[in-house]
Write a protein that binds this ligand. Sequence first.
Ligand code: URA
Length: 262
Amino acid sequence: MQNISLSELHKQIRMHLECLKVSGIEWLENNSTSLTSAPLIPEQLPLASMAVAQNVVVTSPAPVMPALHSLEKKMLLLQQLKDEVASCVKCSQLAQTRKNTVFGTGKIEPDICFVGEAPGITEDEKGIPFVGEDGLLLDKILKACGLSRDEVYFLNIISCKPPDKRLPLLTEISNCRGFLEKQLALVKPKVICCLGSCAAENLLDTKIPTNKLRGKFYDWKGIQVLCTYHPLYLIRNPEKKKEVWEDMKFLISHLGRSLPTP
Ligand code: URA
């Protein structure tokens, strides 16, 4: 059996339980087994066997199990990637000035993954993307589209806040590229929505400005990409909100979803 530290074991069990929750398992039988004496979950065991080993009542039907298993694997791989990002020091200036790395967050395999530029002050403090002023505006846009934060995924071109509100440097973008690509491959959204020129330029490798990229889908490694303005740009240029709303309606209808009735 694989050698595993207690903290790693705790982490894996926590993630396993999270995954069960996401999968519709509503309760666990309360027994006296403490976490430290809980049986080790062998990674290759099918979920049903894990459930038996953990005294879990499974309320989801059996046929969905293979999908759940891969979802659980993805959660583990994303956690490993998040840990790697947290200890990354490739960009020495960012590693010295950041308070937290800001990894992506949200639903795995969502309809939409929003890609921004870089964490700001609030994101750096909380370690969560889009939780500052522009994040609040993004929440409002999501709500108008009938979506909540936990139905979509958010990430940034780079995972650390650049100092003095400067743009990410090309070396920083290139250092973070592997993390971005691995994350997108695991999260596997139906559509990537690039927020602003930094996301669009770097993901699509183009110099075309956002106003010219809008209104059309592009391809990034088999995933459709739509470009719109960054919420911070909207705060500074509120007259552009109309155009973002057009882009969102286009995206929502492309996904076969409908907007909430007013
Ligand atoms: N702006 C971004 O591009 N990303 C964030 O996470 C916050 C602000």
